[in-house]
Ligand binder design. Structure first.
Ligand code: PMP
Length: 950
């Protein structure tokens, strides 16, 4: 595996793989990046991601490149820290004049250099807090001087409100009042600072900047740092501007003032807001250009709060939006401007905070530096870049507007053609975005899951890359917005290519053709010529206007095999099994799904249950693999989430289908006691016993020999006890492990004890059956033996008695040799072995094999040479009114059938059962009980189950 994946970004790499963005680019030039495909051929990719906005003049611009080479040859110093740095001086001169020109500010700026965007913003914020701290220090010093100058003889005149604030009475001594005053004022000065940012803001991923970035994903975990950032919408900014005093944005100290020998206290405002941060065009938040009204409100807010306004131009500046700073476009009159990204011309890492001279806090440049900030090489490259962009008769910057117009027009046209698919198109300069509508309501279940996983934008990016060789990405905090940041050298043919790709994608989304969208990602060689097909289904599931069901239940399951995806998602019809397997494997890092639309099932009295399947998108094989590796944390978490979700959404019972019960230790690892949990194992055993009996047909069960493989396990032992009673003999087979023999004996004793109970209570069995023959033995036993049977070791007693008086194998026998089962008429497989262990070739003619093991112990294909053997998987249940599942999730069922485990989930809801049922080990009594419930509610054995099932 690649070292980047193992050593750097294991999780992200999985995400990239899942959407086909896992390319290794080995070369960049102009508008292109290059990777090699699986045949080793070089693939040229049009780069519209543009280094998150850093490559406004493309990759390795030749003119900048040749200057860069010169600097290297001239050995322009990189590490000449702590000296007078020429490069930074030259660049600052240029930036200063350009900034003064664009912002109409004459006094000039001071510059502090950094290496990245987040660092630039971090330094801007640090400077703002430094300036605030100087301001607060000065105020505190003044207050101290005021206290010191007070004549101790003077008394205070306190207003009632001031008495309350200080917690003293006006009649208290001057000394006491002064102490309270000092304490109160210190508290006011120590109030934590506040940052103001906008909704959808993105300012970087360092501690402070992450805390000022709106998306909770980047900052929620920082809550204990207790840094307060208020995120305001445009509307709230306006609200605050008109109502500034009601928002707790400042502290208020009390300053003593002597009037006629009496000390009065007057309010002294303490600024708490460190700074207001704003991106003139919000890039990562979803390409939201601020408008002039908001800019004006922000200017006013800054004036009212007396704090600096910081324009984060890391993405929008350095020419990307047609100016050095995009703030100039909208009249945002900032005090600090942060630049980075494109300023490095695609060659160097550089950032800079430009601070108006009037806002400089003296001494800051003494406490701020970084090893890589201000290096001559980067500064010279940035200077060359600015000259290339802005100088000359026909400056390059003009191209920004021209290309923006061409590309913007195409996007606007698309929006008009596909209003059902595209929600909005927004752009300024060469920062453009398309917002796609949410697809949560799509008729395609896969599309609904794409919405749940928030991956639509990523899939579109994967499609464009693999089908059209166009590189884009959704914006960082807004996954439905596809962002384009091309270079100024974008050509019409590039725009046409993008247009073609987007048109098809929009059509694919409109048609709910998920297969079309994913095809280039799943099968990397897909040509861009394929067309989407219309897969819009009529609405499935229950009509939303229908009356609510009496109960609802959730059944957690997974795919039997990848092929099942073709049923669930009709647009996957063209994919091979192999392709679907790879798809599921590649997407397994994100397993969120939404519940499948409910199917309504009625009992025989017409009571209704909404049966909701909430699947985990993995195959049995994938789970078996995880089980083998004991790597179950993710899967268990997925199961628990679905059960919590079911409970919160009104399901009464949660059923665990197939492997989900195995990997939760038959439900035991599920810790939710607010919903009834069941594995459905009791009815599975009950119905499969009924199925075996049915399959045995005309033959007399009481003459049949039964072997149970895996009899030491819970299901095997219950099975053995129930079915064994009606067969002639019973053989319990366990593994060759040491403790297996002891466990088999314990099972045997237990079964004898239960049969003895049955005998004692007068329960009868068919003539010739094991239980009936045992009853005959019990009848002939001497009273003293019966006496012994009234002890806890009854089973052992009976076993010893039988061993003494009867030939071996007449009743129940135990074995650890698989060959011993070959002469049985009925063989039950209930082991947890992952491979086939049964010597099929040696089995009796017409043997009935019932394999209820998960994973299966016997595969249908294994029986190719023994067509006489009947292989069953259990029982299929018929619903009373022929209700059934949606055809897309029916797997091997008919429209009026359910599997037994599903049926148990429904029965428990109908019975309003409030305790977990088949949870952990099951008992024969539970099996009997739930079979009676099935009968009561009209769910009957329909057929033997021959196929693998959900
Ligand atoms: N601010 C803004 C507005 C940005 O767009 C970004 C980067 N997307 C940053 C700050 C952080 O820049 P960097 O990734 O270089 O740290």
């Amino acid at each position: 595996m690649d070292n980047y994946i193992t050593l750097c970004k294991p999780t992200l790499s999985k995400a990239l793989l899942s959407i086909g963005l896992d390319k290794k680019y080995f070369k960049a030039s102009g508008n292109y990046l290059y990777y090699r495909n699986s045949q080793g051929e070089e693939v040229e990719v049009l780069d519209l991601l543009g280094g998150y906005g850093a490559t406004l003049i493309g990759h390795f611009h030749p003119q900048i490149g040749s200057r860069y080479k010169d600097y290297i040859e001239q050995k322009v110093p990189f590490h000449n820290q702590f000296s007078i740095r020429e490069g930074a001086g030259e660049l600052s001169t240029l930036l200063n004049s350009r900034l003064c020109h664009e912002t109409n500010y004459r006094d000039g700026f001071q510059f502090c250099y950094t290496s990245t965007g987040a660092e630039t913003m971090e330094i801007a914020l640090k400077h703002a807090e430094y300036a605030r701290s100087l301001e607060l220090n000065a105020m505190q010093q003044q207050l101290k001087a005021d206290y010191d100058s007070l004549n101790p003889q003077y008394s205070y005149h306190l207003l009632p409100q001031q008495e309350r604030l200080l917690g003293v009475s006006r009649l208290a001594s001057s000394h006491v009042i002064k102490q309270a005053l000092v304490r109160y004022n210190t508290e006011q000065f120590n109030k934590h600072p506040i940052f103001i940012a906008l909704e959808n803001a993105f300012h970087g991923k360092m501690m402070l900047t992450a805390n000022c970035t709106h998306h909770p994903m980047y900052r929620a975990f920082l809550r204990c740092l207790n840094i307060e950032t208020r995120f305001l919408s445009a509307h709230v900014v306006n609200e605050i501007v008109h109502n500034i005093e009601h928002h707790g944005l400042w502290g208020e100290a009390l300053q003593p003032e002597v009037i006629d020998g009496v000390i009065h206290l007057k309010p002294l405002i303490i600024r708490r807001v460190v700074a207001i941060l704003a991106e003139p065009v919000q890039g990562e938040g979803g390409v939201w250009p601020l408008n002039a009204t908001v800019a004006e409100d922000l200017n006013k807010l800054r004036d009212s709060l007396h704090c600096p306004l910081i324009a984060d131009e890391v993405q929008s500046g350095s020419g990307r939006c047609g100016m050095l700073v995009a703030a100039s476009n909208i009249g945002l009159n900032a005090d600090y401007y942060a630049l980075s990204k494109a300023l490095g011309a695609g060659y160097v890492k550089i950032g800079v905070v430009a601070i108006k001279k009037s806002h400089i806090a003296s001494g800051f440049d003494l406490i701020q530096s970084s090893t890589f900030g201000e290096d001559d090489l980067s500064c010279k490259v940035a200077r060359d870049y600015l000259e290339l962009l802005f100088n000359g008769d026909d400056p390059l910057i003009k191209r920004v507007g021209k290309i923006s117009e061409q590309l913007g027009k195409i996007l606007d046209q698309l929006k008009n053609r596909f209003p059902d698919v595209i929600k909005d198109v927004r752009y300024q300069g060469l920062l453009l975005g398309i917002e796609f509508n949410d697809v949560a309501e799509s008729s395609s279940y896969l599309m609904q899951n794409i919405a749940a996983q928030r991956s639509l934008g990523y899939i579109i990016a994967g499609h464009l890359l693999n089908a059209y060789n166009i590189r884009v990405a959704p914006s960082g905090s807004s996954e439905n917005v596809l962002r384009f940041e091309p270079s100024v050298y974008l050509e019409q043919r590039h725009i046409s290519l993008l247009q073609r790709g987007l048109e098809r994608i929009c059509l694919g989304i409109r048609y709910a053709d998920v297969g079309f969208l994913l095809r280039p990602i799943i099968n990397k060689g897909t040509s861009s010529a394929i067309q989407p097909k219309d897969y819009r289904l009529t609405a499935s599931g229950i009509d939303k206007s229908a009356t609510p069901a009496d109960f609802s239940v959730t059944f957690v399951n997974h795919l039997i095999s990848a092929a099942g995806l073709r049923d669930v998602e009709p647009s996957f019809e063209g994919f091979s099994d192999k392709e679907l397997e790879v798809f599921l494997l590649n997407t397994s890092f994100n397993l969120s799904t939404v519940p499948f639309p409910a199917s309504r099932i009625r009992n025989k009295y017409g009571k209704t249950v909404d049966f909701i399947i909430h699947p985990i998108p993995v195959t049995s094989q994938m789970i078996a693999h995880a089980l083998e590796k004991n790597n179950l944390t993710q899967l268990r978490a997925e199961i628990n989430q679905r059960i919590d979700f079911a409970m919160q959404n009104g399901s009464r019972v949660a059923g665990l289908g197939m492997f989900t019960s195995i990997i939760t230790n038959n439900g035991k690892s599920v810790k939710n006691n607010s919903i009834t949990v069941t594995t459905g194992n009791a009815l599975t055993v009950g119905m499969s016993i009924a199925a075996v009996k049915k399959a045995f047909g005309q033959r007399d069960l009481a003459c049949a020999s039964l072997s149970v493989i895996g009899a030491a396990g819970n299901i095997g032992s219950v099975y053995a006890e129930i079915l064994g009673a009606e067969c002639r003999t019973l053989r319990l087979l366990g593994s060759s492990k040491q403790d297996s023999l002891l466990r088999l004996k314990a099972v045997m004793y237990n079964i004898y004890a239960h049969y003895y109970d049955d005998f004692s209570t007068g329960k009868t069995y068919p003539v010739g059956s094991l239980a009936a023959r045992l009853a005959d033995v019990f009848n002939t036993m001497q009273p003293d033996i019966h006496q012994q049977c009234h002890t806890p070791s009854v089973g052992r007693c009976i076993s010893d008695y039988l061993a003494e008086h009867y030939p071996a194998e007449m009743f129940i026998s135990i074995s650890q040799q698989i060959d011993d089962v070959t002469d049985s008429d009925i063989i039950i497989c209930a082991t947890n072995a992952t491979n086939s262990i049964l010597p099929l070739g040696q089995l009796r003619q017409k043997a009935v094999v019932c394999d209820i093991a998960v994973p299966h112990n016997v595969l249908q294909d294994d029986l190719i040479d023994r067509p006489d053997i009947l292989l069953l998987r259990g029982g299929v249940v018929k619903t009373p009114y022929d209700d059934g599942l949606d055809p897309r999730i029916r797997a091997y069922l008919e429209g009026n059938q359910l599997y037994a485990c599903m049926t148990e989930t429904i029965l428990l809801a109908l019975e309003e059962c409030t305790e977990h049922y088949s949870y952990g080990n099951i008992t024969p009594e539970q099996v009997e009980n739930v079979m009676q419930l099935a009968d009561k509610h009209g769910f009957v054995l329909e057929d033997v189950k021959r196929e693998s099932s959900l």
